[in-house]
Design a protein around this ligand. Structure first.
Ligand code: 7RM
Length: 663
């Protein structure tokens, strides 16, 4: 077989004619400036991309040891104004969103003026409830227009929104409510997913019962038409709320400090409880807008589609704040890639003439598995650029995407970033350099990555040497704290190597200077591009009265990237039955949500531990991956150094147990 090429550059000449950043030399020069003089780099961009009520006093002030970061200190602006009001002059009738329902028959376009009017109404209702700057509002909605409307209504009055992904369970919603103490919850009766109704209101009711914190009001949008239980004292229908007599049509945007909070978004880490990552106003907005423009090289008349759910950071930045700040037209899709059939993405691309398309490797793998024909049922020649995010993309998926969707021409922007980074960190730009499948190419402006050797803590010396990925300097889009727990922010991100931001990822730089992300090196697994802490899943499993102990690790999964593998020990005299496995799966789904469903559960008489009682996940990961098949592995040294394990004998039955589990 012919060896696949290392470089892909078919698009370069064409892109160099049109791109904002159109040569390697231009990128190099801008990158150098962005590191040497961040003030001179970001200051003019902040003037160009954002509208301000008051200019900033200083561009950047920070202390990475304390985890204190301030961008555009003293400046005042409003995110809702930047996303809406200022576009009314020349873009009032431009489409902001093409809404495409789960049902292909359900679609609607929403102009900037319409979005502005709806946002003002909801903001007016919030004000009428006494909601003010700094109050929290939790939003639990499907992928419908009302989701960005609710977010922007909060931003308009200075309330901090906390969007909870609609796929999360009542328990997950309750824990987020208890952590952020919202005054208002915004939800809907239900959402649609592959033709079925998901009862969000029912989950919300359940969450409010579970939570010790009481919200004052629940605003409910009628979308799916499913029946709901109703508490008239606390609950209000959205359509009635905004039609209320005397509610003004216009709410003055609250002038916010550049560093005032914009939103909280929960994300999983290596310890049990998800962290409320907090983003502030100016830096986040600027970073989102600039990266949207340059990475996807979007022109004003092009349609952009990011298929993420707004419940994740990708949707916050690349469906809501980035595109709206730039005044662009994007698609907002409620459905899934498989419904009514696996050609849905391409049908939607054709329908709206999407030029720039951004999705996750897991979606590409699921679609590719269904065959090539579906990809060619539609005319997708409107596509000029593709993107991926969420996990490393495997070469097979990359080539399928490049060939069948990109027609062997569209560049693929493999964007590496995180909830905490607010926007792209390491990513190709379409007219800068050839791309390599699986590499994220080069750092975005202002981002100075470094790979530190795990043992010595010193920067690696050779090309292709793997290590822990750190970032040396602040960039505008980065998170500012963990909501209500700045110590945790410092501890998680700034203590591994004082003075640097720790990403939690392993990475390397190759002989051509290209960056490659290896994957998480902490106890976080990445299932279909979604972050889950192993500790969260373990906490759910041990809630079961028959379970003594559980250890969860990731393992390679053909579709999801990583699957969830649980080693479970039961209490004495408990039978390890299939029925119990089913109960455990149901329990995890109830506690966290369907995305956390364990793929495989293996019974374990005992788990390998260090003398201090820490479970040795490194060994369990190898077993779960099926990388160890020899029961004598310990004796033969195949498992590496096991000298810290209290009882190496526990490994033999685990290896044998793995062999008898089929997958
Ligand atoms: C945007 C997002 C972050 C984690 C991150 C990585 C992994 C994301 C890529 C990637 C390889 C990529 N936010 N990750 N993008 N790995 N290549 N292009 O995903 O907070 O949910 O996850 O996802 O491990 O640390 S996230």
């Amino acid at each position: 077989m012919e060896k696949p090429p290392k470089w892909y550059d078919a698009h370069l000449d064409e892109y160099r004619k049109v791109a904002y950043i159109n040569s390697r030399a231009q990128y190099d020069e801008m990158y150098r400036q962005s590191l040497e003089n961040p003030d001179a780099f970001w200051g003019p961009l902040a003037k160009e991309y954002l509208s301000w009520y008051r200019d900033w006093d200083r561009v950047l002030d920070y202390d990475f040891v304390e985890g204190r970061i301030e961008w555009f200190g003293g400046g005042k602006l409003n995110a809702s104004y930047n996303c809406l009001d200022r576009h009314l002059e020349d873009k009032a009738d431009k489409v902001a969103y093409y809404f495409e329902g789960d049902d292909p028959g359900m679609s609607r376009s929403v102009t900037y003026r319409e979005l502005y009017e709806e946002v003002n109404k909801v903001a007016a209702w919030l004000v009428a409830q006494g909601i003010k700057k700094g109050d929290r509002v939790v939003i639990y909605l499907p992928m419908i227009i009302q989701l960005p409307v609710a977010m922007l209504a909060c931003a308009r009055i200075g309330a901090i929104h906390s969007v909870v992904f609609g796929g999360f369970s009542a328990e997950s919603l309750a824990s987020r409510i208890e952590d952020s103490h919202p005054r208002i919850l915004i939800t809907s009766d239900g959402g649609f997913r592959a033709g079925k109704v998901v009862s969000l209101k029912k989950n919300a009711d359940e969450a409010l019962k579970l939570s010790e914190w009481e919200v004052e009001k629940v605003l409910v949008y009628r979308h799916a038409g499913n029946g709901v239980e109703w508490d008239a004292g606390r609950e209000v229908w959205w359509h009635e709320a905004i039609a209320q007599d005397g509610l003004p049509d216009y709410v003055e945007p609250e002038p916010m400090d550049a560093e005032d909070p914009l939103f909280i978004l929960y994300t999983s880490g290596s310890t049990g409880k998800p962290k409320g990552v907090l983003h502030t106003t100016a830096g986040y907005l600027l970073y989102g807008a600039v990266s949207t423009r340059w990475v996807f090289d979007i022109k004003d008349d092009e349609v952009f589609w990011c298929t993420a759910d707004i419940g994740w950071v990708t949707g916050h930045t690349y469906i809501v704040y980035g595109p709206l700040t730039c005044g662009l037209t994007t698609v907002l899709f409620e459905g899934v890639p498989s419904y009514p059939a696996y050609d849905r993405f391409w049908a939607v691309v054709e329908k709206y003439k999407v030029a720039k398309f951004y999705t996750a490797p897991t979606a590409i793998r699921a679609i590719a598995r269904e065959g090539d024909e579906l990809a060619h049922k539609h005319d997708t020649s409107c596509l000029k650029l593709l993107g991926t995010v969420g996990e490393p993309i495997n070469p097979e998926a990359w080539r399928w995407y490049y060939h069948h969707i990109g027609r062997d021409w569209c560049p693929i922007m493999d964007t590496w970033w995180q909830t905490e980074t607010g926007g792209h960190m390491i990513t190709p730009l379409p007219a800068v350099a050839p791309i390599k499948p699986g590499s994220c190419s080069f750092p975005f402006f202002g981002v100075e990555p470094v790979v530190l050797d795990a043992d010595t803590g010193r920067p690696v010396e050779f090309a292709n040497q793997e290590g822990a990925l750190f970032i040396k300097k602040p960039w505008p889009g980065m998170a500012r704290t963990v909501y209500g727990d700045h110590e945790r922010f410092k501890e998680t991100y700034f203590s591994k190597m004082p003075g640097m931001y720790f990403t939690g990822d392993g990475a390397k730089q190759d002989e051509d200077g290209y960056w490659w992300i290896i994957g998480r090196i902490d106890d976080v697994i990445n299932v279909s591009g979604h972050r889950l802490g192993t500790a969260e899943i373990e906490s759910a499993l041990v809630l079961h009265e028959d379970v003594a102990e559980a250890a969860v690790v990731g393992f390679p999964h053909a579709l999801k990237g990583q699957g969830i593998y649980a080693f479970v020990s039961v209490k004495p005299n408990i039978a390890t039955t299939e029925a119990l496995k089913k109960d455990l799966v149901a329990l995890v789904r109830k506690e966290i949500g369907p995305i956390a469903t364990p793929d495989l559960i293996q019974w374990a008489d005992a788990l390998p531990k260090t003398r201090s009682g820490k479970i040795m996940r490194r060994l369990l990961s190898k077993i779960a991956a099926g990388a160890v098949t020899d029961p004598e592995a310990v004796e033969k040294g195949v498992l590496g150094d096991v000298s810290t394990i209290t009882d190496p004998e526990v490994l033999r039955p685990l290896i044998l147990g793995r062999l008898s589990l089929n997958s």
